[in-house]
Design a binder for this molecule. Sequence first.
Ligand SMILES: [Cu+2]
Length: 242
Amino acid sequence: MRKSGLIACLCMLLWMMGMGSTAAEAHEMSMVTAVKSNLKLMLNGKPLQVEESYLIDNALFVPYRAFAEGIGAKVNYETATRTVSVKKDAKIVRFQLGSSEAMVDGSSQMMVGPAQIIHNATFVHARFLAEVFGIQVQYDKAAHTVNLVSKQSSENPEAKTYYVTIEGFQFKGGNITVEAGSTIVFTNKDKVKHNAVAVDGSFKLPLLATGESGSITLKEPGEYDYFCELHKNAMQATITVK
Ligand SMILES: [Cu+2]
């Protein structure tokens, strides 16, 4: 009776030790190096959906396929060499799973970390994959949002990015003159929701909650009178595109 109890105890102990080490390894893999991220991704003011994202050493890693397709690129995976190709316009980026080296149109560039598998999906550094295709990346800490702003290749090289703060029921910096093709990022700092809607219907931002941002890109020269849908009388401004 006593002996069998001791053996049972020993077995239990060995089993727990075994469990302990696998749990620790799993912990190291999934928790220490990659932390699940709750950052939102916005592309030109519209949400870019990815199933999951992770922070690895404070760098945002996203599932490469959803992200690449979201920014308008085409992806291909070659199983034999474990190589991912991402193509957008005339540019091709290739990288191998587990490697930090990427080939951009045939020339080598280093990424902050390797493309890697987390929970059966392959993740890659979001900023790298965006910037390599000329997409600007802005991190809005307050809004927990990463804003991606793409430029069309046909666009005016003079085009810039402007920022309008919505605060105190006003479009601060909202009466502006911008170069054709410029992007205007609106950020709401009020406790109530606001948006920006063009009188002529050429743009309409969704209602932005506190800390949220949305952006528009204006390509056609002209005067764009706009207002906030919820506070039409109090909030009006004009963007001039030259
Ligand atoms: Cu408003």
